[in-house]
Design a protein around this ligand. Structure first.
Ligand SMILES: Nc1ncnc2c1ncn2[C@@H]1O[C@H](COP(=O)(O)OP(=O)(O)OP(=O)(O)O)[C@@H](O)[C@H]1O
Ligand SMILES: [Mg+2]
Length: 173
């Protein structure tokens, strides 16, 4: 990618609840315009991450996979100026232009933050300023290694806070 990228934070979780808690710790640091691109195989935990992220923003509705709807919208209250969580799944889209046509860029600029499952394929069109989050099954069934890195400069001023928020899940070197 042409933009600068941050160092990678390497985290680990044991169980879905820990992944939800980790995602919930990132959520309060987000601001309108943010895009989180979630990568990982089928069943890696992308939707589980979205559930915890939504809970971290105070969303009480059940967050389910948006595979067939492509983008679900959830109202956010209590975290101004954030007003909406967009949860997208681009697995079924074949062309980058179809991802552009979802209009996530415009939606996040209007008080939104977006989580995009299979977002790694969308990195060429959505990647600048995003957080790239990759989930990988590791060892035991319920263990995941989760890597987080920022592309572009929008996370520079929040990076120290993000590192602190994610410290409980840091993988041992
Ligand atoms: N550490 C963990 N983190 C996340 N999920 C876990 C973990 N351990 C076990 N799981 C389980 O793995 C499954 C993850 O499913 P989930 O729907 O979140 O994956 P996904 O990446 O969204 O899959 P898909 O590609 O089908 O959209 C859930 O059943 C969850 O309970
Ligand atoms: Mg999913």
């Amino acid at each position: 990618m042409e933009w600068l990228t941050s160092p990678e934070l390497v985290l680990q979780t044991a169980g879905a609840d820990q992944t939800r808690a980790l995602a919930g710790a990132i959520a309060p640091l987000c601001q309108p315009g943010d895009m989180l691109l979630l990568a990982g195989d089928l069943g890696a935990g992308k939707t589980t991450f979205a559930q915890g992220f939504g809970a971290g923003l105070g969303i009480t509705e059940t967050i389910t996979s948006p595979t067939f709807t492509l983008v679900r919208h959830y109202a956010v209250s209590g975290h101004p100026p954030l007003r909406t969580l967009l949860h997208a799944d681009v697995y079924r889209l074949d062309r980058l232009q179809e991802i552009v046509d979802l209009g996530l860029g415009e939606l996040v600029d209007d008080g939104g933050v977006a989580l995009v499952e299979w977002g790694d394929v969308a990195e060429p069109v959505l990647g600048e300023g995003s957080l790239a989050i990759a989930l990988l099954a590791a060892g035991h069934d319920d263990h995941r290694v989760i890597s987080v890195r920022a592309a572009g400069t929008t996370w520079c001023t929040r990076w120290t806070a993000l590192q602190a928020a994610l410290a409980p899940w840091r993988a041992e070197p």
